[in-house]
Design a binder for this molecule. Structure first.
Ligand code: 3PG
Length: 211
């Protein structure tokens, strides 16, 4: 199974912001123990590269991605640290082309048909729909799904337990991303019990919606 298929199987992509790389391994272990072997570590903090490296070294069987990737240098840093896929908030042709050339799985961020077509032109059929809620949410997603039968979306941005069902009810949604089950303040406080509870709740909700 390839990376994108595995994302689809897990239904959820936890979008993670770490202040310190020391939290990375306990967090990944929490995710794994809570039934969600996926982690998107965002380059929103300087700890991202070291965090990816720690998880890659310490925790096997986690589908490890790098998020908020804005430059080719960050792609290189993430891949060197052990990332398996790249997520970008927008469609940066330099970043996307580099990943395609290097055969690095990437879900570029798009929020309109122009973005979808830019992805299709590069042979990519899985995109991040970002920022999902602010871009029209499920209504926009359904409208965009009509012309592009083979495109699958990972809506992210404003999705949480309360509206997860809406998104997972759309057949073209491959998986849903979000930070609601990995709150940065709980991670910073080292409260992995609370994180684990939120992850388990999200996993059981997702599984009940897409058995
Ligand atoms: C992202 O980077 O993908 C989003 O900021 C996550 O959005 P959320 O915090 O609204 O879940």
């Amino acid at each position: 199974m390839n990376v994108l298929e595995q994302l689809g199987k897990n239904l959820l992509v936890p979008v993670i912001k770490l202040e310190s790389a020391d939290s990375a391994t306990p967090l990944a272990e929490t995710l794994l123990a809570s039934g969600l072997p996926v982690a998107e570590i965002t380059f929103r903090t300087a700890a991202a590269g070291a965090a990816i490296r720690s998880i890659s070294r310490d925790v096997s069987d986690v589908l490890l991605g790098a998020g908020t990737v804005l430059t080719v240098d960050q792609v290189k840093e993430a891949m060197d640290a052990g990332a398996m896929f790249i997520v970008t908030p927008g469609f940066n042709p330099a970043v996307v082309d580099y990943c395609v050339e290097q055969r690095i799985p990437i879900t570029p961020g798009i929020n309109n048909p122009t973005g979808v077509e830019a992805a299709l032109a590069r042979g990519l059929s899985v995109v991040k729909f970002f920022p999902a809620e602010a871009s029209g949410g499920v209504k926009m997603l359904k409208a965009m799904s009509a012309p592009y039968a083979d495109v699958r979306y990972v809506p992210t941005g404003g999705v949480a337990a309360a509206n997860l069902a809406e998104y997972l009810s759309v057949p073209t949604v491959l998986a849903v991303g979000g930070s609601w089950m990995v709150p940065a303040d709980k991670i910073k406080a080292g409260d992995f019990e609370a994180v684990g509870a939120l992850v388990r709740e999200a996993v059981s909700l997702a599984r009940s919606l897409r058995p």
